[in-house]
Design a protein around this ligand. Structure first.
Ligand code: SAM
Length: 275
């Protein structure tokens, strides 16, 4: 498709730089620039914003973010083969794109943001994405250094992020996300939109930090959710036995006969605080 930004179509960029997709790096590229713009727009108005993008690959989403007016994009990419293609984008938008070759899991994002408000946008392999999301949710200080996270996941993971009590997808991730953020599912992207197509549908999820999450220690919340959802079909008096069982539940004012997936985020926080 003809590119609106004056840069060559992504298919041509991929061919010219021989960027055959590597499975080990979870490379499923989005080549439709309308779709990459839709993902970027989910992060809100990008005019004058600083964006951290993780896993730019050949740069489809990067181009959308820049075309939508971001003041600056800092992109972290692990695959050195993508750097020449990204350098072409940087040349097209002088001074607005900085590419860092590296592993996002070892990157100090707060240091990269350097005190500036940033929005994070990423289309990553799902295992890397889930770990990064958890890291971004658990900084020592809150509100965090980021203003929003707009992330693409397998639909299944997206459903776990936005799940609340009574929902079959509700678990540790849902409690953690619900505690510190307002998370919503933006839209789905079918496998055939990617090159090569992955096996499953993807979803774009958008999270914004709560200004005042219920006071609670993250480590305690992790312990109670791990225990409760580790045996999700059992009653809580059984599943949280190692943490204090009925006495703990009594302190938190929670019926010991309930099961993990019926507890609201607020009740998990009470349980963590009772620990
Ligand atoms: N953003 C591009 C798009 O939407 O078409 C590429 C998305 S592709 C699903 C994931 C990208 O993340 C690949 O370019 C891959 O090389 C990169 N990647 C994988 N693991 C990474 C890691 N640990 N740190 C940084 N980038 C990584």
């Amino acid at each position: 498709m003809a590119a609106l930004d004056g840069l060559p179509p992504l298919r041509e960029v991929i061919q010219r730089h021989a960027l055959d997709a590597r499975k080990a790096l979870g490379q499923n590229f989005l080549l439709d620039l309308n779709l990459t713009q839709k993902v970027a727009r989910t992060a809100g108005n990008l005019e004058n914003q600083t964006i951290i993008e993780v896993g730019p690959g050949p740069g489809g989403l990067t181009r959308a973010i820049l075309a939508l007016g971001a003041k600056r994009v800092i992109a972290i990419e692990r695959d050195a083969r993508c750097l020449p293609a990204l350098a072409e984008i940087a040349a097209h938008y002088p001074g607005r794109l900085t590419v860092i070759e590296g592993d996002a899991l070892k990157t100090d994002f707060e240091a990269l943001a350097a005190g500036e408000p940033v929005r994070i946008i990423a289309n990553l392999p799902y295992n890397v994405g889930t770990q990064l999301l958890v890291n971004w949710l658990l900084p020592k200080v809150w509100p965090p250094f980021w203003q929003s996270l707009t992330l693409m996941f397998q639909r299944e993971v997206g459903l776990r992020i936005v799940a609340r009590e009574g929902d079959g997808h509700y678990g540790r991730l849902g409690v953690l996300c619900g505690w510190r953020t307002e998370a919503h599912m933006a839209f789905d992207i079918p496998p055939q939109a990617f090159t090569p197509p992955p096996k499953v549908t993807s979803s774009v999820v958008h999270l914004e930090p709560r200004a005042h999450p219920l006071p609670c220690e993250a480590a305690a919340l992790e312990r109670v959710t791990q225990a409760a959802f580790g045996q999700r079909r059992k009653m809580l008096r059984q599943s949280v036995k190692p943490l204090g069982g009925e006495a703990l539940l009594a302190r938190a004012g929670i019926d010991p006969q309930r099961r993990a997936e019926t507890l609201s985020v607020e009740e998990f926080v009470r349980l963590a605080n009772a620990l």
